[in-house]
Design a protein around this ligand. Sequence first.
Ligand SMILES: NC(=O)c1ccc[n+]([C@@H]2O[C@H](COP(=O)([O-])OP(=O)(O)OC[C@H]3O[C@@H](n4cnc5c(N)ncnc54)[C@H](O)[C@@H]3O)[C@@H](O)[C@H]2O)c1
Length: 357
Amino acid sequence: MNLEKNFKNKKVIVTGHTGFKGSWLTLSLKNLGAKVLGISKNIPTKPSNYLASKIDRETKSLRADVKDLDKLRKIIKKFKPDFIFHLAAQSLVSISYENPKETWETNLLGTLNILEILKDIERNTVVVIITSDKAYKNVEKKKGYKETDVLAGIDPYSASKSSTEIAIKSYFDCFLRNKKNIKLGVARAGNVIGGGDWSKNRLIPDCVRSWSKNKTAKIRNPHSTRPWQHVLEAVWAYILFASKLKSIKKLNGQAFNFGPNNRKNYSVIELLVSMKKNWNNVKYLIKKSKKFKESNLLKLNCNKAKKHLGWENILKFDENIKLTAEWYQFFYSNKNKIKDLSLMQIENYKKKFMKNI
Ligand SMILES: NC(=O)c1ccc[n+]([C@@H]2O[C@H](COP(=O)([O-])OP(=O)(O)OC[C@H]3O[C@@H](n4cnc5c(N)ncnc54)[C@H](O)[C@@H]3O)[C@@H](O)[C@H]2O)c1
């Protein structure tokens, strides 16, 4: 698959491009020669990868709320994208308990607006909508959730993502399936780590905030396991998925899990032990908290992505941690040059990725 050919000079919209994943996706698409237009409501964190990697200087950006159908429609109509990656969301479980209605509206209505607009688009457009592994009904399944498993999140964030999936399926079946110019896919990725995330109440950002000041990080749930993967693994999975959606008819309307296919599931404590090997500042103490309910075990079965897209994680667990630690350490000692490191991490990852697909 020649990703460069598929994306060079193509017009690509990334919603949520100022966020953690969106910023890495934008840089990766630009690496492939795409013309990216980013749409976001704000820059969600301070610092941010978006500003640190100077994406604001080289990418066309528009400030818009995905809840605003008319504005979104005008932007999309004018830009005439070949690809749309819809990532904009209220992405945090903790905030979803504080602002459930806003979470539902952003995640569900924001996606409904994209779907409404797709109904009327007349040119060829490939669309990948990003939901989450948390969309699955969590029954602490040891073997990992398959794409056919029940979607029924409990907390407002997870539930908003599950219902978003119902909306996507309904629009696809009723309006988009027979629209030959639209190719639509859904991506459910697991927890993502990597440099440039400063979100609230996420493990690595919380720790990094402490370690950057040489302080001890407090750990809530040391034995929780997550399908950790590096942000570049998820981002390049989305790119590959979009590329294949364009040409492989049977992928249209399908959802895919993207996560590590580890036999072993890594816990928070194992992640911290690996981090300590890469960063002298790493210090933590366990402080259990019942502030909000989070699942202990979340695992994805990613056989479908391997079979139909030829995709699987290519970085080992320790490599994910090394890349992450390297980025933050560099940021805190050499902020002005972090863009170079981000671009280098992308280039190195791309080389490995291309060999694998
Ligand atoms: N980070 C993870 O581990 C993870 C895991 C699974 C799924 N996801 C999903 O991936 C996507 C990106 O996650 P992230 O971690 O980069 O999130 P993030 O919080 O870092 O960024 C969110 C982005 O969405 C934008 N946004 C929020 N509300 C908006 C609105 N009303 N209108 C327009 N833009 C709005 C923000 O400005 C920002 O650009 C989200 O859909 C999230 O649910 C993330």
